[in-house]
Design a protein around this ligand. Structure first.
Ligand SMILES: Cc1cc2nc3c(=O)[nH]c(=O)nc-3n(C[C@H](O)[C@H](O)[C@H](O)COP(=O)(O)OP(=O)(O)OC[C@H]3O[C@@H](n4cnc5c(N)ncnc54)[C@H](O)[C@@H]3O)c2cc1C
Length: 308
């Protein structure tokens, strides 16, 4: 019941100001967003890759309002890639980007986002890694898929995300399950209307399995973005049935959620990639994590009351 309310708040400027300024919030935020700067995050990258995990890095931020902010976003990713170059980790550390942070919602936003994201994809390719385009709310997806297709002409390994809760996704998965494509499947984290998306958990889970089957039986490289133990074991079964080897798909989970499971899957020989977010504009990302699990919200509110 609370999830949709928190997701609505995640888009409210007033709530953003209130929560971002609350003195105790930072400690709770750290669980999901373990740093604000590249210097904070490099030791975490070294630690996690040293444990056999792979990473996808997200510089937090979305829904920017000026072209200058889009340039800042681009430069933040380029600075990160500069640091990664020295670490020589190649495809073990890739990038995840939100096109709304690259100007997608501004005037001529489609062109602006493409122009800003292209140098990031180029720089990533130059150090032997890739970029995945995150999926945001459903109104942004046609533009995201068109940018994905355009980038793949020069950088075929550019990935994208599809969301099981959307009715459109089964068709998107069929189109994308082709040789060389990299597709992350997630349940979906935005507040979407009943006209475009399943609303019930059991419907979303069933859709996830249908889409996963399409990806596993297809020619591309499926990236299973979920913490759901049932879906993880179904993914293992589907991969086995499709005759996929361990390096022909990967699991992905978020930093701060089910950390033991990250290590367990990696120890079993699976490719396990941890989506690791850092930066200062963490509000939207953080609120989606609260919305996914009511216990997180209770913990957050308790910490405010006890310190307040
Ligand atoms: C690598 C990765 C990338 C993602 N990228 C996108 C994207 O581009 N676009 C998008 O819309 N969504 C994205 N998501 C979020 C996704 O859509 C879901 O909202 C999120 O993964 C929760 O769904 P679940 O599959 O883990 O299943 P759920 O049924 O929500 O959770 C299963 C179990 O995982 C644990 N869990 C899940 N979420 C939390 C949490 N926040 N805090 C604590 N425990 C939790 C709980 O134990 C829960 O019982 C991404 C998720 C992952 C893992």
């Amino acid at each position: 019941m609370l999830g949709p309310v928190i997701l609505a708040a995640s888009r409210s400027d007033r709530m953003r100001r209130l929560i971002s300024a609350a003195p105790v919030t930072k400690q709770v935020v750290d669980r999901f967003i373990p740093g604000e700067t590249v210097d904070d995050i490099v030791p975490i990258i070294k630690d996690l890759t040293g444990k056999g995990l792979q990473l996808t890095m997200d510089v937090v931020g979305e829904d920017i309002t000026t072209p200058e902010q889009a340039t800042i976003a681009r430069d933040a990713y380029l600075a990160l890639i500069d640091h990664l170059k020295e670490l020589e980790l190649g495809e073990k550390v890739e990038m995840s980007v939100k096109l709304s942070m690259f100007g997608q919602a501004l005037e001529n936003g489609h062109e602006l986002a493409l122009a800003n994201v292209r140098p990031v994809v180029e720089a990533a390719a130059a150090i032997g890694t890739t970029v995945t385009l995150d999926a945001e709310d459903h109104t942004t997806l046609d533009s995201m898929f068109a940018i994905h297709e355009e980038l793949r002409k020069d950088f075929p390994g550019t990935g994208c995300v599809i969301q099981a809760y959307l009715f459109r996704t089964e068709a998107d998965a069929k189109r994308l399950a082709e040789a060389g494509s990299r597709v992350r499947l997630v349940k979906g984290a935005y507040k979407e209307p009943a006209e475009v998306a399943y609303q019930q958990k059991h419907e979303i889970d069933k859709a996830y399995v249908r889409v996963l089957k399409t990806l596993m039986e297809g020619e591309g490289y499926p990236m299973i973005g979920s913490h759901d133990p049932r879906l993880i074991s179904i993914a293992q079964e589907l991969a086995h049935k499709a005759g996929r080897k361990l390096d022909e798909y990967e699991f992905q989970m978020l930093y701060g959620i089910r950390g033991d499971e990250h290590l367990r899957l990696a120890a079993e020989g699976h490719r396990m990639r941890v989506y690791t977010a850092y930066g200062t504009d963490w509000y939207g990302y953080f609120m989606r994590r609260l919305a996914e699990k009511p216990a997180n919200l209770r913990f957050f509110l308790r910490s405010m009351v006890s310190k307040g």
